[in-house]
Ligand binder design. Structure first.
Ligand code: FEO
Length: 404
């Protein structure tokens, strides 16, 4: 894809990755893009690079606009591999350029490359760089989502280069949000934002309110938000900000995700009467089988719902491995404001449901009475108990939801 002009003299020079389906374990059925930006001012400036597989693509894009040896500044907002692993190729052509990066970013970069011959300027929040008509302001955003992370703002153009924040894993023909919504839909774009937030930014929600306040204090009111993945925001900025603030403040739907796995369909059979009980309390639900659904989709649906019921068979007296994998993932994401319970079947001594219950308590989720389990196949009486369990859980979810 050729360079795309955001504003006069400011270009997207990145790469669209239509083929990626596994992004460090994150399933990306819609592909992604690696966005970086070139500013043609008195001192030519590149903001971020792209994943190493696409070095030639960004270099071709840059060469369509300028001679790379004329680049004077390279801003590195974030050092994760998908954004810096073309830096050596850029610096080979622009050896005189100065790299502007946080101190933590520089420490990380030293582990990727021999940086001894490169020029650096270590920046902090509020530091500025005049590149001609335009100024760049740097804003550190540690743990959003890496220790090194920062954003860069051009007040003259009101463009915020936001690195991963506000990104989405989407490959698309249109580079801007309105173009995407015209050819696809806002619903799909919002879904991609929630998916990205749930899987990448969930642990850092408590920092987001503060950082958005910091941006306001610095007088940052962008007309364009240019993230490092997916579409560039210019038509729906209030909407994406509202979405982030909502998620940071624990917003969820009054719904239940029934997340389960099964060996011989006994736990699976329990999901239907449980779901009917939930529905009869006026609460929506989704049923998600772990081995049939990408993990990032399960994480997204878990995050969207106020309640989750985790179903497991018992295998060797403990929970099923795929359920353990899911809970391990959730533990790292440190969700807040969600209530969970456990259910499942067993054949001998049981143990899986207790195991899940102990784990959801350890994770720090609000918990719903010790789990519900049945022996072998659910009988008609068991199915009636499943229905009651679903109703009771839904009532508790409604009560909990009303506290937000
Ligand atoms: Fe897109 Fe944190 O890298």
């Amino acid at each position: 894809m050729k360079p795309v002009e955001l504003k006069k003299g400011i270009y997207w020079v990145g790469a669209t990755d239509w083929a990626v389906r596994d992004f460090h374990g994150y399933e990306t059925p819609r592909g992604t893009s690696y966005n970086n930006y070139l500013i043609k001012d008195t001192e030519i400036t590149l903001v971020d690079t792209v994943k190493h597989d696409f070095s030639h693509v960004t270099l071709e894009n840059i060469k369509r606009l300028v001679d790379p040896s004329k680049i004077r500044h390279v801003v590195i907002n974030h050092i994760e591999n998908d954004h810096v692993t073309s830096l050596d190729k850029i610096m080979a052509l622009s050896p005189e350029a100065t790299i502007h990066i946080t101190e933590r970013g520089k420490k990380g970069l030293d582990r990727f490359f021999d940086t001894s011959k490169w020029n650096f300027n270590l920046v902090k929040t509020g530091d500025t760089l005049k590149i001609g008509k335009r100024t760049l302001i740097f804003i550190e955003t540690p743990m959003l989502h890496w220790p090194d992370s920062m954003m860069t703002y051009s007040p003259e153009e009101r463009i915020l280069f936001s690195q991963d924040a506000f990104g989405q894993h989407l490959a698309s023909a249109g580079r801007f949000d309105d173009e995407f919504c015209k050819s696809e839909s806002m619903v799909e774009l919002e879904d991609a934002v929630v998916d990205y937030y749930a899987n990448i930014l969930m642990p850092f929600g408590p920092l987001i309110n503060g950082k958005i306040e910091d941006l306001k204090k610095l007088g940052i009111e962008p007309e364009i938000i240019a993230p490092d993945h997916g579409v560039i925001w210019r038509s729906h900025i209030p909407k994406v900000l509202e979405s982030y603030l909502g998620m940071a403040n624990g917003k969820a739907e009054l719904s239940v995700s029934i997340i389960y796995d099964t060996m011989w369909q006994s736990t699976e059979r329990m999901t239907i009467p449980i779901a009917e009980g939930i529905r009869d309390e006026g609460v929506n639900y989704k049923i998600l089988k772990l081995r049939a659904t990408p993990m990032n989709v399960i994480i997204k649906e878990f995050w969207k719902s106020r309640g989750a019921l985790i179903g497991t068979p018992t295998l060797n007296n403990i929970m099923f491995p795929s359920v353990a994998g899911f809970l391990s993932h959730i533990r790292g994401l440190r969700p807040k404001g969600r209530i969970a319970g456990s259910f499942g079947s067993f054949g001998w001594g049981g143990g899986g449901v207790r195991d899940v219950f102990a784990k959801i308590r350890e994770i720090g989720l609000e918990t719903f009475e010790p789990g519900f389990e049945i022996l072998y196949r659910p009988s008609q009486d068991d199915e009636a108990s499943c229905y009651d369990f679903g109703k009771k859980f839904a009532r508790r979810v409604k009560k909990y939801h009303s506290t937000f």
